[in-house]
Design a protein around this ligand. Structure first.
Ligand code: ATP
Length: 234
């Protein structure tokens, strides 16, 4: 469904990605792991925009989406939930969800049905649907950000460090939700520093170091490898 083929990419003069090849099949949860500054977010930007790809190709299905602008990538059905959970702070939870869905739904009925499935995934959001998103806790804002992404019913969902800066109990809740999404058959690319928890809910993973793939494979097999801990090191 998604394939990055030998991607080299840079910011201004700084080469950050040095030959990244990644593939994601329909229905898979695939993690991209690595330490701070390893290049994980840059891999996502190579897919959805924000970094200059100097060589290599990104395919989504049959289509070459290399260097397409962000809005065009969204139109293809890729939802990118960025780092630091950007929600519309002044809008209610419900209005945040509507913002996520309105370009991608044809009727109120469809919008309501999608909203209902987000509330089933995150019951806390239903309880707080009239609350301003900016006044919610970090974990709740992350739920809003993921929920908003789900409202477009994406073919592929990209989650950039959803557990960042959250308390352990909330991290658990977020990972459970992602696992549920995976079990529903959704296709997910997950970027995480929380390597062990991410591997537990993934089918496969790539470990990145200094813009190169250092390890890849089945998540269970990677979990068993002693040298996986090196992924934390700079
Ligand atoms: P983190 O977990 O800290 O977000 P990461 O693995 O996602 O790390 P990237 O954000 O992809 O890493 O950054 C990879 C390298 O690119 C880093 O050295 C970083 O400083 C650099 N970098 C990131 N964004 C930019 C930018 N907009 N301009 C210049 N350099 C950048």
């Amino acid at each position: 469904m998604l394939a990055l083929k030998d991607i080299y990419a840079k910011y201004d003069q700084l080469n950050v990605l040095k030959g990244i090849s990644i593939h994601v099949e329909k229905g898979e949860v695939v993690s991209i792991l690595g330490a701070n500054g390893a290049g994980k977010t840059s891999v996502l930007k190579a897919i959805t925009g924000g970094i200059t790809v100097t060589s290599g190709k990104v395919y989504f299905g049959e289509k070459d989406v290399t260097s397409l602008p962000a809005h065009a990538v969204v139109k293809e059905g890729i939802s990118h939930v960025p780092e630091n959970r950007r929600v519309f702070r002044e809008l209610s939870v419900e209005d945040n969800l509507i913002m996520g869905g309105f370009k991608f739904t044809r009727s109120k009925k469809e919008m309501d049905a999608r909203m209902e499935s987000v509330y089933e995934m995150f019951p806390r959001l239903r309880e707080r649907k009239t609350q301003k998103a900016g006044t919610m806790s970090g974990g709740e804002q992350q739920m809003v950000a993921i929920g908003r992404g789900l409202m477009m019913s994406p073919k592929l969902m990209i989650l950039d460090e959803p557990s960042q800066g959250l308390a352990p109990r909330i991290v658990e809740e977020i990972f459970e939700a992602i696992q549920k999404l995976g079990k529903e058959g959704r296709t997910i690319v997950l970027v995480e520093q929380n390597i062990f928890q991410a591997l537990q809910i993934s089918n496969r993973a790539y470990v990145i170091k200094s813009g190169e793939i250092m390890m890849e494979g089945d998540a269970k097999q990677l979990l068993a490898r002693e040298d996986i801990k090196e992924a934390y090191l700079h």
